[in-house]
Design a protein around this ligand. Sequence first.
Ligand code: NAP
Length: 329
Amino acid sequence: MRAVLMDGFGGLEVLKVGETDKPQPKEGQVLVKVVATSINRPDLVQRQGNYPPPPGDSDILGLEVAGTIDQLGPGVSGWQIGDKVISLVGGGGYAEYAVAYASHLIPIPSGMSFEQAACICESYITAFLNIFMIGDFQDGQTLIAHGGGGGVNTAAIQLCKALTPNSKLIVTAHPSKIDRVSELGADLVINYLESPDFTDIVKEFTQKKGVDLILDHVGAKYLAPNMKSLAYKGKLVVIGVISGIKAELNLALMMVKRQQIIGSVLRSRPVSEKAEIVAEFRKRAMPKFADRSIVPIIEQTFSLDDVVAAHRMMEEDQHFGKIVLKISA
Ligand SMILES: NC(=O)c1ccc[n+]([C@@H]2O[C@H](COP(=O)([O-])OP(=O)(O)OC[C@H]3O[C@@H](n4cnc5c(N)ncnc54)[C@H](OP(=O)(O)O)[C@@H]3O)[C@@H](O)[C@H]2O)c1
């Protein structure tokens, strides 16, 4: 099969398209003929050699697939060859065929394109898990999401608007993306270049109360303003560390305000935990895709042969929403 392969780890130059063996589904897995996948920031980190796949998963890039079931592995029931599905995968999405656990499959809603469907698993499930399952975000509460133009954060805004329509969303964004973040539904957009310390702006917007939840992938640089922006009993969920991994924390303030800091990753969770998350996502979020109240935002679709251009677009932060990689017709 054709796949994106890597010549070692590093920059865009290590990516190449070539032939490799088709994977075989094991117990509880299916083989998916992949039509489309999408680019996620962790793919770039893996390409650079800093995010290896969990043991047993493919070392081909790609954390999600949209396609049709081509083969059922041993012990799989409830699915048919030809079913249109999406799935999280631990690796292997940038290829014509990938294996996925049957317990992680989600049927593609009727009328949705494979390209749109390929945007759902990694970004929307990450946002859903951390905001609604871990963060226990409730309607009427206030959230900060950092970097509103990316895949996870456009997903976060859309999910909050659809599932908690009375919530208030404060979103930090690059100046070039502020208008689109507002149009998507943010109640307050903060220019992150102009206001790297957003504490006073958040204080004024929340009338000194602070926010209930922060979804953060910036890390060290935002730890202090994040903690100062949290309300009493507020939660900071850390899903990335793009600005660094070490920062000073005022433990006394955290204790007195009974706040929580929670670290979270999706990819390395056990198969059974991911299956529980997928089941909850299917129940609560998928109806919003089926009735079109959430439509994934695609900046551009690239062919498999143009994978370098797709990675470059993400590396240069030129996208709003998702970048799709079309694998086959
Ligand atoms: N823990 C997990 O399970 C998990 C799963 C998936 C992703 N992630 C992490 O989540 C992050 C987003 O992933 P993605 O796939 O959505 O990537 P993406 O589409 O490239 O989004 C990257 C985001 O970073 C933002 N950003 C850059 N500099 C910033 C700053 N100084 N302040 C605030 N935001 C800034 C960008 O905002 P603008 O567009 O406004 O410039 C953009 O929203 C990555 O760090 C990724 O590793 C974690």
